[in-house]
Design a protein around this ligand. Structure first.
Ligand code: PRP
Ligand code: URA
Length: 208
């Protein structure tokens, strides 16, 4: 069963209160989603393997640690893009793939429209990123695609989830650990997380 990691930090709680607020403007919303992306990366990567590397300081040779594996960040378009710069700021060597998926408004079924992953995906630690884990349909479809291209070491990184989405994701991909800043109460009849933060893509890009 994929482990659910609920990340707590006063700064995360504070920023979450800003993005939940419907009065928050697009620029502030986008900045805070990005900053949350940076902050959660410390927890998401806490157990990554490292290996010895010899470094010459201005004073002497020494053995340091570097990441043992490449990291690939894979945002689910559109809303996942909102977290990419924040994560990339912290892992600047990471490669970035893109998966385009939107939910059909009536059926809530995920519809794929784009896929481009780096060739190293089968050897890398992959962070699939999407702020919202609602029904879990988009997350499951994205992980299916990454696995089809050889991805094995996958973590799913979101901001706000709900029990329905967590259960669906764990059922379909029990090998994928889930990272969240909040687990909300439930999904409403339109498939929105309650209390949630509304439509994350629209709020990031000002499309409504
Ligand atoms: C949102 C969100 C997730 C998806 C979550 O995307 O960014 O990708 O919904 O819902 P699910 O867990 O029920 O699949 P949306 O379909 O609104 O597309 P957009 O990001 O392009 O606006
Ligand atoms: N997608 C969003 O952007 N928000 C939700 O609450 C659910 C799905």
């Amino acid at each position: 069963m994929g482990k659910v990691n609920l990340i707590h930090h006063p700064l995360l709680e504070h920023k979450l209160s800003i993005i939940r607020n419907k009065a928050t403007d697009t620029k502030t919303f986008r900045e805070n989603v990005n900053e949350i992306g940076s902050l959660v990366t410390y927890e998401v990567t806490r157990d990554l393997a490292t290996r010895d590397v010899r470094v010459t300081t201005p004073i002497a040779d020494t053995i340091c640690q570097e990441l043992a594996k490449d990291v690939v960040i894979v945002p689910i378009l559109r809303a996942g893009l909102g977290m990419v710069d924040g994560i990339h700021d912290v892992i600047p060597t990471a490669k970035i793939g893109h998966i385009g998926i939107y939910r059909d408004e009536k059926t809530l079924e995920p519809q794929q429209y784009y896929l481009k992953l780096p060739s190293i995906v089968s050897e890398a630690t992959i962070l699939i990123v999407d702020p919202m884990l609602a029904t879990g349909g988009s997350a499951v479809a994205a992980i299916d695609l990454v696995k089809k291209q050889g991805g094995k070491d996958i973590r799913f990184v979101a901001l706000v989830g709900c029990p329905e989405g967590i259960e669906f994701l764990q059922k379909h991909h029990p090998d994928v650990d889930i990272y969240l800043v909040a687990i909300d109460d439930h999904l409403n009849e339109n498939g929105y997380i309650v209390p949630g933060l509304g439509d994350c893509g629209d709020r990031l890009f000002g499309t409504k």
